[in-house]
Design a protein around this ligand. Structure first.
Ligand SMILES: Cc1ncc(COP(=O)(O)O)c(C=O)c1O
Length: 386
């Protein structure tokens, strides 16, 4: 898994013997395995993983060990990342737009499941006999943080047309959709499922599979994430909308699968006049912050790893680069005892953080510390750092 020799039990414990000046990720294999188990126990179909959320080998290894056998890939590099860890894994190539050379590479990887959202991309794939072609449906449905229908997806009428084309060409017709990332509204899935059933019926086509996307939410705010409510809503909507023609279901979570598997530790490198300058920012591990902040998941730690608590103050937060847009869009409420050299431990940074960091200006987290999995047992005396 890693060449690390010491596996700490907590970031606080790790800080008793390290004082990093660069940002650091903590990776929790047990948390990831638990989330994979939660999806597999609750989702009424095949669970795949959207590699884009975090393509690191350590993530893929835990998912494969947890029994995942299929991945949603959007690029040739993601195909490589998946097959590197799991040579026999099934890959669903669910980026609806591709170049001719990407299609050739996908064939070389043995891709047998593709998504499309327009006639020209179906044409480009060429011979689809024996291939699953999932037509991507888009609806004006809110619930996610971004509107995923803005870039990809076909309206229901075009979906029906494309399904018929797929059948005429000898392909297996399926539908896929994505309700938008960090979607808390189970009803968004229900509306998509009803529209998918209508589009299939309109085309006179029986779907091979229905892929209900990613979009599942990760923990943000006080309320626990209700994944099981979403799973149950999906099962009921499929039964109500498709009846005896119910297709096999697939999901491809990215964010909800991996978000909790990493924490990010960033350091306060300067403090003045109610402003703090961190050693990481929007070009690094906090790339998503302006859209999906984790303000409620921050713990302030001293350089020795003890928690600071007590009355808070409001701080404007800047990242380390020379770019003035490298700042958080809202001030953070942090304990007023905050000092230069302290750390912010930010939970839930496993998705779209490591994957989006740029290295701009020479900054950005590069170090990942794997936390002690339960299978290793408690820390032994000789495990402790000097
Ligand atoms: C086709 C597809 N599937 C799955 C995902 C994963 O979405 P999420 O991270 O919201 O679960 C994405 C994200 O962009 C996507 O484009």
């Amino acid at each position: 898994m890693t060449s690390q020799s010491i596996f700490p039990e907590s970031p606080e414990q790790w800080l008793t013997h390290e004082t990093p000046d660069d940002p650091v990720y903590f990776f929790y294999p047990d948390r990831l395995a638990a989330t994979a188990a939660r999806f597999q126990a609750g989702f009424p179909g095949l669970v795949t993983y959207a590699v884009k959320a975090n393509p690191e080998t350590e993530v893929m290894e835990v998912l494969v060990a947890s029994g995942l056998t299929a991945f949603d890939v959007a690029s040739v590099q993601e195909m490589r990342a998946a097959r590197w860890v799991s040579p026999k894994s099934k890959l669903n190539y669910h980026n609806p737009v591709r170049s001719v050379s990407e299609i050739e590479a996908a064939h070389a990887f043995g891709i047998a499941s593709w998504s499309i959202d327009r006639p020209s991309e179906l044409e480009k794939i060429g011979d689809v006999s024996g291939q699953e072609i999932s037509v991507r449906l888009k609806l004006p449905v809110s619930g996610g943080i971004y509107d995923f229908g803005e870039k990809f997806g076909a309206p229901p009428g075009l979906v029906s047309h494309l399904l018929k084309e797929v059948v005429a060409r000898g392909g297996t017709p399926s539908i896929t959709f994505h309700p938008g990332t960090q979607c808390h509204d189970p009803d968004a899935w229900a509306r998509y499922i009803a529209a998918a059933a209508k589009a299939a019926k309109g085309a006179g086509v029986r779907l091979g599979r229905l892929n209900v996307g990613g979009g599942f939410p990760a923990q943000r705010g006080a309320h626990p994430v209700q994944l099981e409510v979403i799973f149950d809503t999906i099962a009921k909507a499929v039964k109500d909308s498709f009846g005896v023609d119910a297709p096999d279901l697939v999901c491809e979570p990215g964010r909800a699968m991996v978000a909790d598997a990493y924490d990010l530790l960033v350091r306060i490198k300067a403090l003045s006049d109610g402003q703090i300058y961190l050693n990481d920012g929007i070009y690094g591990g906090l790339a998503e912050w302006r859209d999906i902040a984790a303000s409620d998941r921050i713990t302030l730690l001293t350089p020795q790893g003890t928690r600071r608590t007590g009355p808070t103050a409001s701080y404007r937060v800047f990242g380390p680069t020379c770019d003035s847009i490298d700042q958080l869009n809202e001030p953070l409420e942090l304990p007023a005892t905050l000092s230069e050299g302290d750390y912010l431990l930010i939970e839930g940074c496993g998705a779209y953080s490591h994957a989006l960091k740029t290295g701009f200006n020479g900054y950005g987290p590069t170090r990942v510390i794997t936390m002690r999995p339960r299978s290793m047992g408690p820390t032994r005396v000789d495990d402790r750092a000097p």
